[in-house]
Design a protein around this ligand. Sequence first.
Ligand SMILES: Nc1ncnc2c1ncn2[C@@H]1O[C@H](COP(=O)(O)OP(=O)(O)OP(=O)(O)O)[C@@H](O)[C@H]1O
Ligand SMILES: Nc1ncnc2c1ncn2[C@@H]1O[C@H](COP(=O)(O)OP(=O)(O)OP(=O)(O)O)[C@@H](O)[C@H]1O
Ligand SMILES: [Mg+2]
Ligand SMILES: [Mg+2]
Lengths: 227, 227
Amino acid sequence: LIRFEEVAKTYDMGATQVFALQGVSMEIERNEYVAIMGPSGSGKSTLMNIVGCLDVPTAGRYELNGEMVSELDDDELARIRNQEIGFVFQTFNLLPRSNALRNVELPLIYAGCSAKERRERAVDALDSVGLADRMDHRPNELSGGQKQRVAVARALANDPSIILADEPTGALDTRTGVEIMDLFSSLHSSGNTIIIVTHEEHIAAYCRRIIRFRDGRIESDEFNVEA
Amino acid sequence: LIRFEEVAKTYDMGATQVFALQGVSMEIERNEYVAIMGPSGSGKSTLMNIVGCLDVPTAGRYELNGEMVSELDDDELARIRNQEIGFVFQTFNLLPRSNALRNVELPLIYAGCSAKERRERAVDALDSVGLADRMDHRPNELSGGQKQRVAVARALANDPSIILADEPTGALDTRTGVEIMDLFSSLHSSGNTIIIVTHEEHIAAYCRRIIRFRDGRIESDEFNVEA
Ligand SMILES: Nc1ncnc2c1ncn2[C@@H]1O[C@H](COP(=O)(O)OP(=O)(O)OP(=O)(O)O)[C@@H](O)[C@H]1O
Ligand SMILES: Nc1ncnc2c1ncn2[C@@H]1O[C@H](COP(=O)(O)OP(=O)(O)OP(=O)(O)O)[C@@H](O)[C@H]1O
Ligand SMILES: [Mg+2]
Ligand SMILES: [Mg+2]
């Protein structure tokens, strides 16, 4: 499914360079449930942006379902993103002037869904994250945790086969966080591939495999025997 | 120092109303170290915005250092905010086109500091949160946790007597989070008043008092004997 070979990402800051990722090689099979952990600035979000075809590596090879992603054109990348991948951004990226329902409908518009089906699926997704009573609120009319739950609902609306979630419970209290993780776990048991960035051990405990990063490199990659 | 009497905040959404805060009465003395906890959507950020003079209550009285805040004009409110209060927002609110150093210098420009002193204090503040090597990065060139640490540095730069921090460690790994809390604890022991919103019990454990909210009301208000 996902294969990285010596992937690197370097940012050129003029006088200096930042090595966000260095020599990353890993494979993630279909229907895996993986946690990505590591200190602040260690390259986790950079990795997720590349896996999700939102950014390209500076060096190395990235293969997704047998296709060399670095050789695909923009249209093919957009097709993969829209059909295969649901993304929960660390910074939410909600449209400020659209309400919660509209924000969740957005990926369904690209997928060519009818207006009626779009609304039904968006309502279901918001209900599944406990926001049935906040659908007509715009982002500045929602609390921090509510904004995060809208971002999770948007990632689920299109029923993607790969879910990439960057700190999906960071702004949530423990109980709300557990509800979101139960949602991801049930998506995992129906066959989806789930990759979650978290710095909380009790969230990573839901996953089957934990890959730890430090300074842009894989520090460890272990199966989680408790899950 | 801070006295709330039956403070309420209601948002009028047209057909419905949202009761973000209802009948909140509390007192916080100078040099207290208080944690605010509660589920997502329970009114924590709404409370902090009112305490920080960034928003006004719909009903009730708010007294700060003996002055009735609801009767002050905008200039007086701005003076209190700039001199007395350092604020770490839940959504960071960094200026996107300014680098980390410039973002931290910002409150010092309003305080009338010389350019030389401004730069020195901003460099010190960024160094104290572990970002000496990211000063010339703009927000989109920083990781999530690094952005949060810039927001913390900005709140400290002006050496305020009251620090209001809304989830100051939410995007940080445990070790970086502990470093930030040690910073707050040393500010507390030099006489500052610190109020922290968090949903993590191990962060609240640093504080001397824990006030828990539910559905816009105070559910409990206890001293933390371990601290
Ligand atoms: N501008 C607004 N218009 C309408 N409703 C609002 C507005 N701002 C906040 N709310 C509502 O007020 C309630 C309290 O929000 P608040 O941001 O204080 O919650 P919180 O306790 O900080 O939650 P979180 O832990 O998720 O950050 C929420 O239910 C939210 O939807
Ligand atoms: N556009 C950019 N230009 C320059 N440097 C960048 C850019 N984006 C990220 N970086 C740097 O790359 C490194 C990795 O960033 P990344 O966002 O992947 O970290 P992270 O592991 O997600 O951290 P966090 O847990 O704080 O979110 C950081 O040191 C960051 O400062
Ligand atoms: Mg990140
Ligand atoms: Mg909040």
